[in-house]
Design a protein around this ligand. Structure first.
Ligand SMILES: [Zn+2]
Length: 576
């Protein structure tokens, strides 16, 4: 039999509808039917499953629905206005009723009271509560008219189109972009790494992160609307971003043109906050001018500088630097590359970075092509590493290993006879191998000390200003039992803390120093690390290999009066 309409197709499927169900559910349903089986009742039950009757019922329902659509409202109801006088779209992206994007697929409410609801979502809880909310806010809303999803979409497309020329013509848009640039200029002049802007509870706050510390830069919060405008303007300036700004979505974007001098790009992250707030984090990527080519200025100790030189002398293997964001890993890598160029003038050195942070003369720097989702970036990154491997390198620097694909490629390059330098997010040097195992590298690849050459970790610690630092008198100025703990570790040292600040510093601090640790692994430590015995490995490194960890060097920095012990307690770990 040929199908005449959708209803018949639908009805014909009915008798066999149970066939696809799992046997267990089918048995349960048949059991239920048997329990209800009484004379007469089962016959009626069966009758409703009869294809012809179901078809008739369905047709009647559809006919009723179609009639209701054509005639909005029942005769007694107040008539909603005609479409041309429906007024402002309250559920628009910037409308009075702040409506999340998902809901905007299902419902459109106008100022005139006209309410369009997608037929397929008529019973949705969020649709019903949106109408209730609009009424609670004092809007007069007519009974909904049910329409296709396409009709709802068209309403929003039209509203977006209508909003566009207004925005372009208004001077405010240009003014807001200028304001974003002003903030960025201020930030770059202050040597800021990140700008944080949070719109929350009706107000906007702005912070700069400098030398790792976050400080507010406005004395009084701005109104929320101003913060939202800045977010919108920053998004509009991006050259890599999603098609449209969505206040309630997590969005990433990137600005790389028209920026103040010295900034090569801005990485933007937008987050929804609470019910109608927004957070914008702007990471400033500078065209860094290298301040030198040695490791002393960075704060490495002489024996560490020798160890780094030894690591550079290996023609094969991996050297990995770990630390959190902002711990100076890329600066250390840059110095390593500069030293390599000097020490091995004939070598072909390639770097893969996202993006290249420093210009390093004598090195071919491959950028990672623009990508704005994590997946796209991971793919682009792996492609760039693979390209570098095919380009006959002697040594390679891979900016960061984040995914299994990039880690695999890094190890494969080392196994095929290259020297590879990279970074990874891990807390300390001993955690690098466990981190690689987490990422998905096979343990046997991590067991060869001829491949795993160096594992290092570092932090950047603010140096106290020598002009205004304060000498700690008999432990009274330090919080808690810190004085007692210091006495135990550094019985004879003169301890200094940050001073009140003077014309030579900022709030008692001036510049930063590296605090690092370097593990040169042997067979045994790699065996322990790849078999899940991290604590045993740590003990073995400190006791048998006489390893010096970050705390060892932190105490040396305190004893030299260079850093504040409170800062060490906070950033390196509890001094014990
Ligand atoms: Zn000072």
């Amino acid at each position: 039999m040929e199908n005449h309409c959708d209803h018949i197709r639908f009805c014909q499927r009915q008798p066999g509808w149970q066939e696809g169900r799992p046997a267990q559910i089918r048995r349960k349903q048949q059991q239920n039917i048997r329990q209800h089986r009484k004379p007469g009742r089962y016959r009626i039950f069966k009758l409703f499953h009869h294809p012809i009757l179901r078809h008739a019922i369905n047709r009647a329902i559809h006919k009723m629905a179609a009639e209701t659509e054509n005639k909005p409202g029942t005769p007694g109801d107040p008539q909603p206005p005609a479409t041309q006088e429906r007024g402002e779209l309250l559920t628009a992206q910037d409308g009075l009723l702040r409506t999340p994007p998902a809901l905007r697929e299902k419902i459109a409410i106008f100022k005139s009271g006209l309410c369009l609801v997608a037929r397929t979502h008529a019973e949705d809880h969020d649709v019903i509560s949106a109408i209730a909310l609009a009424r609670r806010l004092g809007h007069h809303i007519y009974p909904p008219q049910y329409v296709d999803l396409g009709a709802i979409r068209a309403v929003y497309a039209e509203a977006a189109e209508a909003a566009k020329p207004k925005e372009a013509a208004g001077a405010s848009d240009t003014e807001m972009k200028k304001e974003v640039l002003d903030i960025l200029r201020q930030a770059s002049e202050a040597g800021t790494s990140d700008v944080h802007l949070v719109v929350e509870r009706g107000q906007t706050m702005v912070w700069f992160r400098r030398d790792g510390e976050r400080t507010p830069i406005i004395a009084h919060p701005w109104p929320a609307s101003h913060g939202h405008q800045i977010c919108r303007a920053a998004y509009a300036m991006a050259d890599v971003a999603d098609a449209s700004y969505e206040q309630f979505a997590y969005q990433a974007a990137r600005i790389s043109t028209g920026l103040p001098e010295g900034i090569q790009a801005i990485r933007l992250q937008f987050n929804p906050v609470g019910t109608d707030g927004r957070q914008l984090v702007m990471r400033l990527l500078y065209n860094k001018q290298s301040a030198g080519d040695n490791f002393e200025d960075l704060g490495f100790f002489p024996e560490q500088i020798e160890e780094l030189a030894l690591l550079r002398s290996f023609a094969v293997g991996i050297v990995c630097i770990s630390g959190p964001t902002g711990s100076g890993k890329s600066t250390t890598l840059e110095r390593m590359m500069r030293a390599l160029v000097k020490e091995n003038p004939g070598d072909h050195i390639l770097t893969v970075e996202d993006p290249p942070e420093y210009v390093i003369p004598g090195v071919v720097q491959l950028p990672v092509s623009n990508a704005h989702t994590d997946e796209q970036r991971a793919v682009a990154y792996a492609e760039a590493i693979a390209a570098a491997m095919r380009s006959d390198p002697d040594r390679m620097m891979i900016g960061e290993v984040r995914t299994k694909a990039s880690a695999d490629l890094a190890y494969r390059s080392a196994l095929t006879g290259h020297a590879v330098y990279t970074t990874v997010h891990a807390n300390d040097a001993i955690s690098i191998i466990p981190r690689f195992l987490d990422i998905g590298i096979e343990p046997y690849l991590l067991r060869d000390p001829g491949i795993v050459r160096g594992l290092t970790a570092q932090r950047l610690i603010r140096k106290i200003c020598p002009a205004c630092r304060k000498k700690v008198a008999a432990g009274s100025d330090l919080p808690g039992d810190l004085a007692a703990r210091l006495k135990k570790r550094l019985p004879d040292a003169e301890i200094y803390t940050a001073g009140p600040g003077c014309d030579k510093c900022r709030e008692g601090f001036k510049g930063r120093t590296v605090c690092a640790e370097i593990i040169m692994p042997d067979d045994k430590i790699l065996e322990l690390l790849t078999t899940g015995r991290k604590m045993d490995a740590l003990r073995y490194w400190l006791d048998e290999l006489h390893g010096k960890d970050m705390m060892h060097y932190a105490l040396k920095l305190i004893a030299a009066g260079l850093v504040d012990p409170v800062e060490i307690d906070r950033k390196i770990g509890r001094i014990e």
